[in-house]
Write a protein that binds this ligand. Structure first.
Ligand code: NAI
Length: 253
């Protein structure tokens, strides 16, 4: 119940899927929450639900691809709660399920994928690290993907952005480890969320996917949220610069 007691934690992409599951889980563990998402209605509703269950939770409409929005979210944490202890940079978009391959990949799609999935993490990290240096110390977790470690055909924007997230994670870990700031990445595999619903709600695609995973099933948002919780808590105090698979063994093959 108290894994994040009194810690101030920021979550992006909090209104849906993995981010939402993390918000619920972090609140159960006593965190004070600052939630950001481009989806204002769902985000506000989640914050109200959390407050209704006794948690302290604030929501701010945030487009992570805008540096000013990333800054405003951190400012909300430091102004309302006095500090920032943990940040889960989780907002992301998919270029799936079946976009064209590299030669036909639309340039606007490339720009959008990099803006949200890679620059969005960079903008967040800059202000989060600044705030954590004042503590000093903190834990940052970035949502990468198995697609940040291996290639997948047809989704070059997603694959490149997620590889970049792992690079940024390692850069922060190396630069700020001595200042007490830990930075780790989570690499989810095939997780059932609104993002993947168009694929996994088709039984044939779901079965085909599960067949590629040693665990023989797709994963849940809660399973990823539990890894984020551990990495944001003091229990992972010597974990820094790592990429933590939550993929049912997919990449072990
Ligand atoms: P989701 O679509 O359920 O949730 C993503 C959230 O991010 C949504 O609430 C959306 O409104 C928000 N968002 C999108 N663009 C934004 C922006 N510019 N600024 C702020 N918020 C924005 O998806 P899911 O599955 O929960 O994804 C969360 C993260 O996990 C993403 O980074 C995704 O790439 C990653 N991931 C998901 C996997 C899966 O199988 N579902 C596998 C590997 C990684």
């Amino acid at each position: 119940m108290n894994e994040l007691k009194d810690k101030v934690a920021l979550i992006t992409g909090a209104a849906s899927g993995i981010g939402r599951a993390a918000a619920l889980r972090f609140a159960e563990e006593g965190a004070r929450l600052v939630l950001g998402d481009i989806g204002a209605e769902a985000g506000e509703a989640l914050a109200a639900e959390l407050r209704g269950s006794g948690a302290q939770a604030l929501f701010l409409r945030t487009d992570v691809s805008k540096p000013g929005d990333a800054e405003a979210l951190v400012k909300l944490a430091t102004e309302k709660f006095g500090r920032l202890d943990a940040a889960f940079n989780n907002a992301g978009i998919s270029d799936g399920p079946m976009p064209p391959g590299i030669v036909d990949y639309p340039l606007e799609l490339w720009d959008r994928m990099i803006a949200v999935n890679l620059s969005g993490v960079f903008y967040g990290l800059r202000c989060q690290v600044r705030a954590m240096l004042a503590n000093p110390g903190g834990a940052i977790v970035n949502t990468a993907s198995v697609a940040g470690q291996i290639g997948f055909g047809g989704i070059p924007g997603y694959v490149a952005g997620k590889h970049g997230v792992i690079g940024l994670t390692r850069s922060v870990a190396v630069e700020y480890g001595a200042k007490g700031i830990r930075c780790n990445a989570i690499a989810p595999g095939f997780i059932e969320t609104p993002m993947t619903a168009p694929v996994f709600q088709v039984p044939q695609f779901r079965d085909m996917t599960a067949a590629q995973v040693p665990a023989a099933r797709v994963g849940t948002a809660e399973e990823v949220a539990n890894m984020a919780l551990w990495l944001c808590s003091d229990r992972s105090s010597y974990a820094n610069g790592g990429v933590y698979a939550v993929d049912g063994g997919f990449l072990a093959k």
